[in-house]
Design a protein around this ligand. Structure first.
Ligand code: GUN
Length: 281
């Protein structure tokens, strides 16, 4: 039934990692990345290990700072300040979610914007929304690279972002706008969500609800990018898009896993390289 072209995120991500490794090898120093993990959330531990491994494979000196779940907010802020002051560190990433007793905003705002490889600091958020060059959040940046690899012409195209989170939806909309798409942000309160989605030539789903986007939400030939990663009770990993039925309608679609996921880490490596180049110029 599949008619859509399958967008191979694993391949695009491997190419980007190779390109980062080649550019890093030309430098007279090793870019440094510090990943901070508080507590023992199993999913976060897996992500952090993958980030560490991919970074070191690309010639980045990565280290993970593991802190106990009982770490206090002032203790975590002190770690961040220490990393800000450490000249060998070009990129700082504090893995989210943080334990419930720690407020994430003050922690993210403590990170030096020049080392903010997540692009979550308000200074970088502001620059992105002004359309100025800055460190851009890795997941939406990865989506832009997948769209480029697919050869989608964004200029004037109707794009819809489903989800308005600070980590994906909002920066995604800003990047698509900067690329001259006509952007709609839709969310749980949007009236007639299926009809809104069906108008889109490019549909980016980032709501975190398993298989919410159905075939009749997708315009024939549309490009569908699925940012969601949801685990079903039976253990299967699925996206926010009902893949099989939507692949029968879409023109191109990302699988889960193997679509957006691998791009996030590859973009983190590129952001670390860009931060290092900008800091050490
Ligand atoms: N947790 C899930 N995704 C992310 C991300 O992109 N950055 C950070 N810091 N934590 C996350």
């Amino acid at each position: 039934m599949t008619q859509a072209r399958i967008i191979d995120g694993k391949q695009v991500a491997a190419d980007l990692r190779d390109s980062v490794a080649a550019r890093t090898a030309q430098l007279s120093y090793k870019p440094g990345l510090a990943v901070v993990l508080v507590g023992e959330d199993p999913a976060s531990s897996v992500y952090v290990r993958s980030k560490d491994r991919a970074a070191n494979a690309a010639g980045i000196a990565a280290r993970t700072i593991r802190l106990p779940a009982t770490t206090t907010q002032p203790e975590l802020l002190a770690v961040v300040h220490g990393l800000n002051a450490d000249d060998s560190v070009d990129g700082i990433l504090v893995q989210l979610p943080l334990p419930a007793h720690i407020e994430s905003r003050p922690v993210l705002e403590a990170i030096d914007p020049a080392k903010d490889v997540d692009g979550f600091h308000p200074v970088n958020v502001g620059r992105l929304h002004e359309g100025r060059p800055t460190l851009v959040p890795c997941t939406p940046l990865g989506v832009m690279k997948l769209l480029a690899a697919t050869g989608v012409n964004l200029r004037g195209a109707r794009a819809l972002v489903l989800g308005r989170s600070a980590i994906v939806g909002k920066p995604m909309a800003a990047l698509l706008t900067a690329a001259d798409a006509t952007v709609t942000i839709a969310h749980s309160r949007t009236r007639d969500l299926p009809a809104e989605c069906r108008r889109a030539e490019i549909l980016v789903a980032a709501v975190g609800r398993a298989e919410m986007v159905r075939a009749d939400w997708v315009a024939p030939g549309a490009v569908v990018i699925d940012v969601g990663i949801n685990r079903l009770p039976d253990g299967r990993l699925v996206g926010d898009v009902a893949y099989d039925e939507c692949a029968a309608v879409a023109g191109a679609i990302t699988p889960v896993p193997g679509g957006v996921g691998p791009m996030t880490i590859a973009c983190l490596l590129e952001n670390t390289l860009l931060a290092a180049e900008a800091r050490r110029r």
